[in-house]
Design a protein around this ligand. Structure first.
Ligand SMILES: *Cc1c(COP(=O)(O)O)cnc(C)c1O
Length: 392
């Protein structure tokens, strides 16, 4: 096996920051107690958990008890969408209930809504514009008298486009409808103040901002109608049973703190690299199209289509050169279906399957970007030549 020398898939996952690992170590070794135990070792673990909750609450500008730790953002998204829906069903068994979401959500939201449709809930999947931005007017138009939940992601994980969350939140509040946002890709790049964002529910995942995998959270504004989904012990204020992932939660808090402290510097660094990459690809490789708005996108996201070549083939060639990138969502790798995100912004299937996503991180360098451009230019030119030869 060749190894990865240049990692350009930070939207799929980020490496664990060594400083975060160091901060987690005591909770994986000496401070191993169960935070629900009353003796010293338990109290040590509890102190770590309490510190993490308070520290994250400060960053989100919410109360500590409004944070529910989960196994990641998939669980947080499921809990938000299904929790609100089932609470409605419990209170109003005779009223189906309608959900407004978008056509290019992460599958954790999309498949949760589809699951609820099997139980009689109704849903509207609002389409983003060709620029990858959802229009507030389109959300307003989709709302019905029986709408029980709106769920719109903060930034898209494939094309990086940033959604008008605060405006949608304002609209949701005016109509008295709970509003959820999947903010996984925004963390570390965009403000996470839940008051300014006007959100009632917000999902985060630690491994997207240099924290460990398998831990995340759902912010739940008090008074939000929700039926808790995980039954068992009294952990998480009776909201999510199961012994807490103390080391993971502590690591997530440290990683988030570092991401916020370094947000400006990290943003300046990756945004310069992103622009260098976009400019080079558009000028060096004919028939290249940037997917998603150029300005209203995450500072680390590049998503491009190369006319006439298969994205998957390009990725295999990149991998042979030790460069890691992806065709969009890591969860759909291996499937030949065109991306639901690229389809939602109106790309024809041929162009959608010609796309790759390069997502940058704080430790990438200009040399790495230049190397990736060289390999991409060579690869695309070679694949196009082969296509011409085989067509002759
Ligand atoms: C990665 C991701 C998820 C899933 O998070 P996990 O913690 O890996 O379950 C959900 N939503 C978005 C937008 C993501 O990028």
């Amino acid at each position: 096996m060749n190894q990865t020398d240049i990692y350009l898939d930070h939207a799929a996952t980020t490496p664990l920051d060594p400083a975060v690992l160091e901060a987690m170590m005591p909770y994986l070794t000496t401070r191993f107690g169960n935070p629900s135990s009353i003796y010293a070792a338990g109290r040590d673990a509890r102190a770590g958990l309490d510190w993490a909750r308070a520290s994250i609450a400060k960053i989100l500008n919410c109360q500590a008890r409004e944070i529910v730790f989960t196994s990641g953002a998939t669980e947080a998204d499921n809990l938000a969408v299904k929790g609100v829906a089932w609470k409605h069903r419990l209170q109003h068994p005779d009223r189906p209930g309608h959900i407004v979401t978008t056509a290019f959500e992460h599958h954790a939201v999309l498949h949760s809504v589809e699951y609820l449709e099997k139980f009689g809930f109704e849903a509207t999947y609002v389409r983003p514009g060709p620029d990858g931005i959802v229009r507030v007017e389109d959300i307003a138009e989709a709302i019905r008298d029986d709408t029980i939940l709106i769920s719109v992601m903060y930034a898209n994980n494939e094309i990086g486009t940033i959604q008008p969350i605060s405006e949608i939140g304002k609209l949701a509040r005016e109509r008295g409808i709970p509003f959820h946002t999947d903010a996984v890709q925004a963390a570390g790049w965009l403000p996470l103040d839940v008051q300014a964002l006007n959100v009632d529910l917000m999902s985060l995942s630690a491994h997207k901002f240099y924290g460990p995998k398998g831990v995340g959270l759902l912010y739940v504004r008090r008074q939000t109608p929700i039926l808790w989904q995980q039954s068992g012990g009294a952990q998480e204020n009776n909201h999510r049973a199961g012994t807490e992932n103390v080391a993971g939660i502590y690591g997530m808090a440290v990683a988030l703190q570092r991401a916020v402290q370094e947000q400006e510097a990290r943003t300046a660094h990756v945004q310069a690299l992103r622009d260098r990459l976009i400019d080079a690809l558009l000028t060096r490789i004919p028939g290249t199209r940037l997917n998603g708005d150029r300005e209203l996108r995450l500072p680390n996201n590049v998503n491009v289509s190369f006319e006439g070549v298969e994205g998957e083939t390009v990725l295999l060639n990149l991998d042979m050169h030790g460069i890691a990138a992806s065709s969009g969502s890591a969860c759909t790798t291996g499937s030949t279906e065109p991306s639901h995100v690229l389809t939602a912004i109106g790309l024809p299937p041929a162009l959608a399957t010609s796309s790759i996503r390069l997502t940058l991180g704080k430790d990438n360098t200009a040399e790495e970007i230049d190397r990736a451009v060289e390999v991409l230019a060579d690869t695309v030119a070679r694949l196009r030549k082969m296509a011409v030869v085989s067509a002759d």
